[in-house]
Structure formats: C-alpha cells, structure tokens
Write a protein that binds this ligand. Structure first.
Ligand SMILES: [Zn+2]
Ligand SMILES: [Zn+2]
Ligand SMILES: [Zn+2]
Length: 495
C-alpha cells in the first residue's frame, strides 16, 4: 500500500495535512501500518553533511555504509583534500550531486574548514542556484517554517544565523539575497536531523523537507534511522489509518520539566503530547517511594547532572570520566529513592559504558551493559526500539570478546563474572537469536539487520559444527540466562 509521494525519491504510507494543537502541518497514515514497517523512506537527502571530525574517517558519499561492509581505506578529493571517499564510485556520485559546486570554495578557504551547518547551507544554496533541485523539492522545502519571529527574540541566535548566511552568500557568489539565504539557514537549524550510521553513531547533519513535516511527541509512534544516505522512518507501534505520525526530537526519557524546556528553547513550542499532559504523573518523574524531603533529591540530581556535563562537555581522560560517572551514580543511589531507570541514572551508565569501552575495560563494561539490557532498557524502550536492539548488540559483542580473549587478570569485575560460571557461548547465542527473531518487527535499518543476521548464522553454525543445537536445548540456555540474571543482581548490590 505504500506509494510515491509527489517527491520522486520518497516512498511513504503518509500524506501531509493540518495538525491539531497549533502544530502546523503533519504527516498522516494513509493505511494501517505494522510495527517495524517503513512509514517514510527517502533515498536521496535534500542535504547531508558530516561533522567536522568525521570528514577524516567517513566517506562523504555513502556516509560509512560501504566501509562497514568492506573496511576500505578512504582517499581524499584531489581538488580540496578535505572530503574523502571509498573509491571513484563514491567520489563520482558526490561530485555529480554537489561537490563539483563546492570543491573550489573549500580550496580557497584552506586551511579553514567550514563547520557542518555552513557546509550544509553552502550546498543547499549552490544546488538551488544551479537548478539541481526539482520544483517539487524546493516547494516542500520553502513551505517549512523558519520561526524567524521566535529567533528574533534571541540576539545570540540571530547573530549566529546572520553571520553564517553572510559568509555563505560571499563564498557561493550567488545572486540569492541574504534574506533568502538566512531563511534557508533558519529552516536548516530547526528541521535538520542528526545523521547517524546504521549503528546509530552520530556523524553529521541531515535534512529532508518531507520528513521534516513529522511533528514531535514525547509519546511517539515512529523512529528515525539512517543507512548510508537513506532515511528510514519506521513504526514503533501499530499505526492506524489517518493517525498522525510522531517522532521524538529530543530524549524523551527525561522528566516533564526537562523535556518541555528543551522543546520550547530549541523548537519553539509548548508540548501538548499525551505524555506531557499527564504532567509529573508518569514513570519519567517517579521515585521509588514518595520522598520525605524532596530537596535532597533535587540536590542529588543537580550534582549528578553537573558531573555528567563535565564529562560530555570537556576533554577528560577516560579514567577521570569513569571516576566522575561512578561518583555521580553513587550520589543518586545514596538517596535510596532513585530508580535505576530514572534520568540521569541511565545517561550516567551509558556514558560510563562508553568510557570503559574506550580503555578496553571489557569485564566492567560487560556488567554495566548487562544491567542496562536486563533492568533498564525493558522499562525505557519498547522491544522494537532501535536503541534497545543496539544495546543488545553491544552486549553480544562483549560476550564474543570475553569468550574469545578471556578476562584481565586482577579486576574485581572479572572475578565476579568468573565466579558466576557463565557460559558466554550460550548467552551470546541467546542474545543473537532473540535479536534475529525480532528483525521483522524492529525499527533498525537494513545494514544493521544484515550484520545481526550474519553474526547469528555464524554463532549458530559453530554450535552445529560441534554437534549441538541450542534451539533444541532450551533448559541449558535458560539455566545460563538465570546465571546472567543473578550476576546482574550481585553487580547491582555491589554498586
Ligand atoms: Zn563511500
Ligand atoms: Zn574537493
Ligand atoms: Zn511531550
């Protein structure tokens, strides 16, 4: 039942229409949509650019999709030496799409490299000027709101947009007015998505005017993912014909006040979604018991958030990051009122896992990833959610690593895992089997699904080569799973 929208590169089961609650336009389902199905699939971006640090290690044409499959070494454009590509195929594709228009500008500005938003704006302006967009594409884009009125209330925001558009006007040497360029910049600011890899790592900025029509809800029914330059919006819940499609613009696991502040400051609206109308009467705001003295909880939250900010905003070494995250988690735990699933507790653990992985502390990372998989994600995310699948994948990778490489000799965590007598092969088989069996109803993108499928097949075949089939020995697998659950409890008690 999917159909082409009036944009040739977009396949969708939606149609635009006026949305209630002053939300302007939105997208509405033209048919019933099942969990995991594509709601919108855009093959070609309106604009997509890499973040500055990614220009060096990610292909500017396929955005890492082919690297994931083949691991080729990238070659720089011989003109500007700023953007890099897998090979001539990727290079030729991007040259034709836009790089032929911008390469000389990049050369002139060297050694300066423009930030992501200026490179995106330059691309859009040059492609518009050279007639590379279709009339329909430009039509949908110019109909997007600019929120210039709201932006004018913040001088800093206005100055920033002014500066970027002035610069892009002069670099591009176009005859477009600066006002028109500024309107482009404002639309980019408010409508762009985080471009991510198939493994959900952020790598850049992405804009598609049709996908930009999707409104926000903290109680969303669809999620966004990328596979190379292709965008996928998939249903995370069953969606009925005529229902409005919603995605989340922000992290919706945070408490009511945090969500509403972020939405109003960054996107200029007052959220009236079904979750926000419940006020603080949702799991995001709940504590394990009603606190006797709420001010101790506020103080703990403030201290924990400050520590998290210190780690995400500054350049500390991983050991310092780990120390800060662990002390922030202690502060929350000592309130004896803070659920593991209430923010910022999960965010602290996520950051801790990243820091542990960066120094190859795999035993400790395994314990925290197992806690996240068993105790946190089932509360925060529905089974089809890509974040949940991604976290399961990280746990599987750690199980593979520990089963092959063994443990570091003298850590507390390594001995804890060894005492549990966990058989990593069975645990690994179970996680991958579970992931593989959910593929059809999952919101992950095709490259991610292929990777999971290939790994599961490999692990399963290894068992078979040894004359075993875990799918027929359920008792053995479930005994191993109980060991994992016990291990998680012991690890939590010792935190
Ligand atoms: Zn490539
Ligand atoms: Zn170039
Ligand atoms: Zn909301």
């Amino acid at each position: 039942m999917s159909s082409q929208s009036h944009l040739p590169s977009v396949t969708t089961k939606t149609v635009p229409g006026p949305a209630p609650n002053g939300m302007g336009n939105g997208l509405f389902a033209t048919t019933d949509i099942k969990v995991g199905e594509d709601v919108v699939h855009a093959k070609v971006p309106f604009v997509a650019v890499l973040d500055k640090p990614r220009l060096d290690d990610t292909c500017s044409a396929c955005f890492g999709k082919r690297q994931m499959e083949t691991g080729t070494e990238l070659k720089a454009c011989t003109g500007c030496r700023i953007v890099k590509y897998c090979d001539r195929t990727c290079q030729a594709k991007d040259w034709k799409f836009a790089h032929s228009l911008e390469c000389s500008v990049f050369q002139k500005l060297k050694p300066q490299v423009l930030p992501n938003n200026a490179r995106a704006l330059l691309r859009m302006v040059l492609r518009t000027w050279k007639g590379k967009y279709t009339t329909q594409e430009l039509g949908v884009f110019t109909n997007l709101e600019t929120h210039i009125q709201d932006i004018q209330e913040s001088q800093a925001h206005l100055d920033r947009l002014n500066l970027t558009s002035k610069a892009v006007k002069s670099y591009s040497e176009t005859n477009m007015t600066q006002e028109a360029i500024m309107a482009y910049a404002a639309r980019l600011d408010i409508n762009s998505f985080n471009l991510t890899t198939a493994m959900y790592d952020r790598i850049g900025l992405y804009l598609h005017p049709y996908a930009a029509l999707i409104n926000h809800s903290c109680d969303y029914n669809a999620t966004v993912g990328f596979d190379g330059e292709e965008l996928f919006v998939k249903a995370i819940r069953p969606i009925k014909k005529d229902e409005q499609i919603f995605i989340s613009y922000i992290d919706t696991t945070t408490p009511n006040e945090v969500r509403r502040k972020e939405l109003s400051e960054r996107f200029f609206f007052d959220c009236k979604c079904t979750k926000c109308t419940k006020g603080t009467d949702t799991p995001e705001d709940k504590f394990t018991t009603t606190p006797k003295d709420p001010s101790t909880l506020e103080t703990a939250e403030k201290q924990a958030l400050e520590l998290l900010q210190e780690v995400t905003k500054s350049d500390l070494n991983p050991e310092e990051e780990i120390k800060k995250m662990e002390s922030a988690m202690q502060i929350l735990k000592q309130t004896s009122n803070w659920p593991l699933t209430r923010q910022p507790y999960p965010a602290l653990r996520d950051q801790l896992i990243l820091s542990l992985l960066s120094i190859n502390n795999f035993s400790k990372a395994f314990l925290h990833t197992a806690i996240r998989y068993l105790r946190i994600d089932p509360v925060l995310f529905s089974p089809a959610h890509p974040i949940r699948q991604l976290h399961a994948w990280v746990l599987a990778k750690l199980a593979i690593y520990l089963s092959q490489e063994g443990f570091e000799s003298n850590s507390k965590e390594a001995s804890l895992i060894q005492q549990s007598e966990l058989n990593f092969h069975y645990v690994l088989w179970y996680i991958l089997a579970d992931l593989a069996s959910r593929q059809g109803e999952s919101c992950t993108v095709p490259s991610f699904k292929r990777l999971v499928g290939a790994n599961f097949a490999q692990v399963h075949n290894e068992f078979k080569a040894n004359g075993m089939d875990p799918s027929t020995s359920k008792a053995v697998v479930s005994a191993e799973w109980k060991k994992l659950e016990r291990l998680v409890q012991v690890a939590l008690d010792q935190e």
